[in-house]
Design a protein around this ligand. Structure first.
Ligand code: NDP
Ligand code: MG
Ligand code: MG
Length: 341
């Protein structure tokens, strides 16, 4: 069975004689740095000179230095810059400052798992990954609530890697909710698969195909938008609260029979085969190689895909409807820009 850790399993004082460098002050970085600081941990934030987030970290009362200087001063380095720049930040600012016994920590295992960062022997390599956007990690902490997280140890040379990572997880509020033990491989591969096949890629394609099918058959775009996109939230809320069962219980018998009898026709064996192929590309490193090359080339396909998505008719219809109706205004928009998956 899966190991889950809570507050009683962790001791923040494990980090008493330690300085923790938090590199990056974006979604995760600001939350980790502030929560660690308020939990009594000695924190130094590592940011480039003249950057926007440097001003923010200083305004929040934190000690700030360059990534290089922060890594030098700290024995515990938390890498919270975007995944696509981690390898270069590692090479320039971290690697030269690593000493035996140091801890190198991530919130996502991409660069370690796919060999973009190869830490030397003698340092601990761990992961504390809150399963939530950074702004919620911060808000939950301030409200004495927790954020569920994952913990993994990739390399343990001190023998204390797990204990130290748990102390960090407690200091940012994760053990209040529960921390699940995993591996870098499992975290990365399942995270990539989830966001590609189901959460981000799968769901938007499902919505677009549904919308297009209705509109192409002559139904009004507004009705198609409500049926295929807007109502999705209500359905997902029910699933989130009580699984599929609560959702099926709450919809009409007609919806339940129609959904149960037609669902597997829509998302059929062919889709399942595509999912398996997508998973294979993740497991054999093909997807990550493609993504690295895409970045090195200046993101040509990414830019094109983004533009096409923005230009889809459903976006224009949605923007218009959200302006006309009141529901969107009541929502808290603060977390919308986070990459929470
Ligand atoms: P962000 O995109 O929010 O990070 C931006 C920060 O990184 C800014 O402070 C920026 O500073 C700094 N930065 C960017 N480039 C550089 C550079 N070359 N050198 C130094 N600093 C740089 O990252 P996230 O918080 O989204 O992600 C951080 C890690 O957390 C990733 O590994 C991600 O996978 C993981 N994660 C993210 C989640 C999320 O909700 N976002 C959830 C769980 C894990 P500047 O102002 O100088 O640009
Ligand atoms: Mg209906
Ligand atoms: Mg992800």
């Amino acid at each position: 069975t899966t190991e889950i850790y809570y507050d009683d399993d962790a001791d923040v004082s494990t980090l008493d004689d330690e300085t923790v460098a938090v590199l990056g002050y974006g979604s995760q970085g600001h939350a980790h740095a502030l929560n660690l600081h308020e939990s009594g941990v000695d924190v130094i934030v590592g940011l480039r000179e003249g950057s926007a987030s440097r001003d923010a970290a200083e305004a929040d009362g934190l000690t700030v230095a360059t990534p290089d200087e922060a890594a030098k001063q700290a024995g515990y380095i938390s890498v919270l810059v975007p995944d696509t720049v981690q390898a270069s930040v590692y090479e320039n600012a971290i690697e030269p400052n690593l000493e035996a016994g140091d801890t190198l920590q991530f919130a996502h295992g991409l660069n370690i798992h796919y060999g973009q960062i190869e830490p030397p022997e003698g340092v601990d390599v761990s992961m504390v990954a809150p399963k939530s956007p950074g702004h919620l990690v911060r808000r939950n902490y301030e409200n004495d609530e927790g954020t569920p997280g994952l913990l993994a140890v990739y390399q343990d040379t001190t023998g204390d890697a797990e204990e130290r990572a748990l102390a960090y997880a407690k200091a940012i509020g994760c053990t209040r909710a529960g921390v699940i033990e995993t591996t870098f491989q499992e975290e990365v591969e399942s995270d990539l698969f989830g966001e590609q096949a189901v959460l981000c890629g799968g769901v938007t394609s499902l919505v677009k195909h549904g919308y297009e099918t209705l509109v192409d058959a002559g139904y009004s775009p507004e009705i198609a938008y409500f049926e295929c996109l807007n109502e999705l939230k209500l359905i997902v809320d029910l699933m989130y609260e009580g699984g599929h069962a609560e959702m099926w219980d709450s919809v009409s018998d007609t919806a339940e029979y129609g959904g149960l009898s037609r669902g597997d026709r829509i998302v059929d064996e062919h889709v399942r085969e595509n999912m398996e192929e997508t998973l294979e590309e993740i497991q054999n490193g093909e997807f990550t190689r493609e993504w690295i090359l895409e970045n090195q080339a200046g993101r040509p396909s990414y830019t094109q895909l983004r533009q096409a998505e923005k230009n889809h008719e459903i976006e224009e219809v949605g923007a218009r409807l959200r302006d006309l109706f009141a529901w969107a205004e009541e929502e808290d928009t603060e977390d919308e820009e986070d990459d929470s998956v």
